[in-house]
Design a protein around this ligand. Structure first.
Ligand code: SAM
Length: 252
């Protein structure tokens, strides 16, 4: 059988994934290449992401998304089959779609308040023939008021959606008891954790770890904030009318 030739950046993604304990097959690398091409194609019509160069898409979006995979692998034992995670504010499918490509066993919910971005995600899901990926057009804080979604997800992840005090009011109400919220953050992660301490406590969580991550050939420091849900979120949260964003929870 003829071997597919990949660009340098896709090959480097395979190496980076190896370092995370993931072994990506040729067909998985092919899915990443196709996904990068779709981002570039759609970006000409819509403003999906500011990053448009293939090498940058792969290094800054896909590799960054994959840094969550070892956490999912650890959480696997706590999940039933199929294991499930929700990606809140997924935008162009990040980190949800790269994680689904790398860990196809997982069932994935992609949530975003912008319909156009979800249409793109649906097109990717179809083009890559990804199974058990559900795109949901909703605001996270409204979704969490619906009983079929409230406290249902063993893992809820988000990248570049909101400052942590706001973000935890989106994520913790959707996370089931014993489950894990994963906030992908930059170099201010520690400061954000301090600022969100009160909100995390009120919403039933506890910070389990602040885990540094690294991107291939990049200096910038990044971190995963891992928050365990220990107690049910009180009924009054999340608050309506944009309150999580406009008036993040803080001590009086
Ligand atoms: N997570 C993607 C990434 O890392 O590239 C997208 C990041 S983009 C800066 C933020 C996304 O979050 C946007 O697509 C926006 O529509 C979505 N978003 C913001 N607030 C939201 C909310 N309350 N509920 C659902 N989606 C939200």
């Amino acid at each position: 059988m003829k071997r597919r030739v990949f660009t340098d950046s896709i090959q480097k993604l395979g190496d980076f994934a190896n370092g995370l304990g993931l072994c990506l097959s040729e067909s998985q690398l092919e899915q990443f290449a196709r996904y990068a091409a779709l981002i570039q194609e759609w970006n000409q019509k819509f403003n999906l992401t500011a990053i448009t160069d293939e090498a940058e898409i792969v290094a800054l979006h896909f590799a960054d998304a994959l840094t969550v995979a070892p956490v999912l692998l650890r959480e696997r034992a706590r999940c039933e089959t199929p294991p499930t995670f929700m990606d809140v504010g997924t935008g162009a499918g990040l980190p949800g779609i790269p994680l689904k490509i790398a860990l196809p066993e997982w069932r994935v919910w992609l949530v975003d308040s912008t319909a156009k971005k979800l249409r793109f995600c649906e097109a990717v899901v179809q083009a890559l023939a990804l199974r058990e990926v559900y795109a949901l057009h909703a605001r996270a804080e409204e979704l969490a008021l619906r009983p079929e979604h409230r406290e249902q997800y063993p893992v809820v992840v988000a990248r570049a959606v909101a400052p942590l005090p706001t973000l935890v009011e989106y994520l913790l109400p959707l996370t089931r008891l014993g489950g894990l919220c994963i906030a992908m953050k930059g170099r201010q992660a520690e400061q954000e954790v301090n600022e969100a301490a009160y909100a995390i406590e009120v919403l039933g969580g506890v910070v389990e770890a602040l885990q540094p991550t690294a991107l291939p050939q990049r200096e910038e420091s990044r971190a995963l904030v891992l928050i365990r849900k220990l107690r049910p979120t009180p009924r009054q949260y999340p608050r309506a009318g944009g309150a999580p964003r406009n008036r993040p929870l803080k001590p009086r």
